[in-house]
Write a protein that binds this ligand. Structure first.
Ligand code: ATP
Ligand code: MG
Length: 339
């Protein structure tokens, strides 16, 4: 059996369908309007993004431009600096050559003057001796004392002249770099010091296995002077201790000679290396004051540096480096060990 139109059930169904259709139409409208709104917002956002992207591109290209300009300027400056450096190097070389020339002239001058001074000095000494021997009786004690003083001063001057000649020889001498057993050299020098002064008792500690690169004869002179000074300036100590060792610095090592002797006041440390400068009087510690000047010249010729630390009445340490010496060949295990 089919439901007939107009029956209440059909009418109800029809009205429900109408309702649903109206609802659908409303929903459709809403969807359409939402879609439109969405479209509009997407468009807006797209426009904003585009604008941001354009801005970014402009900034990027500005940045690129700046980078290029900066690179250009850096390149320009680098060229300028390179040119300045080359100019500076050339001038330093020129000055160094001039200085070397002047130094050589001065050395030659000092050498010949010292050499020529020896003969008249021998004359003064000889004539003073003749005066004393032949006419000594004609003088009283004071007169003879004066002549003895003249001879003592002459002797001192002869020592100073010899010291000058020794200093000058160090600079004039041809230099040959080789591998030098510094420990061995120091042991020889220590032995010489002991033999020359057999009554002295001193503990000499030499670190084994120290190898250096330099001129053997010149390095021997360095050790003779530094160990000789340490020996001399500890002569009033009951327990004298002298030490030769190495300290490792960044990229380079320094050798040192340390003693527990008379020491010195650090305020005068820069004077030590100048020729004839002494911080102790000759009566107490004899010497001409040329040893450390010799050391400084030798170390300078090796492209190194020498410096000192001291405390009055406690002791002194003299350090030196040798240019082009990197310390690969030592036996670090032995460092600091007594002989
Ligand atoms: N180990 C040391 N302890 C204390 N003072 C020192 C030491 N070595 C050097 N000096 C001081 O430095 C001065 C200069 O030393 P340098 O070796 O040039 O001369 P010198 O030893 O007096 O004489 P020379 O070496 O010519 O015989 C010394 O007179 C002394 O005052
Ligand atoms: Mg000396």
């Amino acid at each position: 059996m089919t439901a007939e139109a107009g029956t209440p059930a059909v009418q109800e169904l029809q009205s429900r369908i109408d309702e649903l259709q109206t609802e659908l139409t409303t929903t459709n409208h809403e969807i359409l309007s939402l879609t439109l709104e969405l479209d509009q917002r997407v468009e807006e956002r797209t426009a904003q993004l585009q604008a941001a992207q354009d801005e970014l591109q402009r900034t990027n290209s500005d940045l690129l431009q700046l980078t290029l300009e900066l690179e250009d300027r850096v390149a320009e400056r680098t060229d300028e600096v390179r040119m300045l450096n080359a100019e500076l190097e050339r001038r330093v070389e020129e000055r160094t050559a001039e200085l070397a020339e002047v130094n050589k002239e001065l050395e030659t001058f000092a050498y010949s003057v010292s050499h020529d001074l020896r003969a008249p000095l021998r004359g003064i000494d000889g004539w003073s001796l003749a005066l004393l021997e032949d006419y000594g009786d004609a003088l009283d004690d004071t007169g003879r004392g004066f002549i003895r003083t003249v001879r003592a001063e002459t002797e001192r001057m002869a020592q100073l002249i010899d010291a000058l000649l020794q200093l000058s020889r160090v600079t004039r001498r041809e230099m040959r770099r080789e591998v030098v057993d510094l420990t061995g050299l120091a042991r020889e020098v220590a032995e010489e010091l002991r033999q020359a002064d057999a009554d002295r008792r001193a503990e000499i500690v030499i670190v084994p296995g120290i190898v250096a690169h330099g001129d053997r004869t010149l390095l021997r002179a360095v050790l003779q002077n530094l160990l000789g000074n340490a020996w001399k300036f500890t002569n009033k100590r009951e327990h004298a201790r002298i030490e030769l060792g190495i300290v490792l610095g960044p990229g380079q090592r320094a050798y040192f000679v340390r003693d527990n002797g008379a020491g010195f006041n650090m305020a005068f440390s820069s004077k030590l290396f100048a020729p004839f400068q002494r911080l102790h009087n000759t009566g107490e510690f004899p010497g001409t004051g040329v040893g450390l000047a010799t050391v400084q010249r030798i170390i300078g010729r090796h492209g190194g540096r020498v410096w000192a630390e001291g405390v009055p009445d406690e002791g002194a340490t003299f350090y030196f480096t040798l240019g082009g010496d990197h310390g690969d060949q030592d036996d670090p295990a032995g460092r600091g060990q007594p002989e």
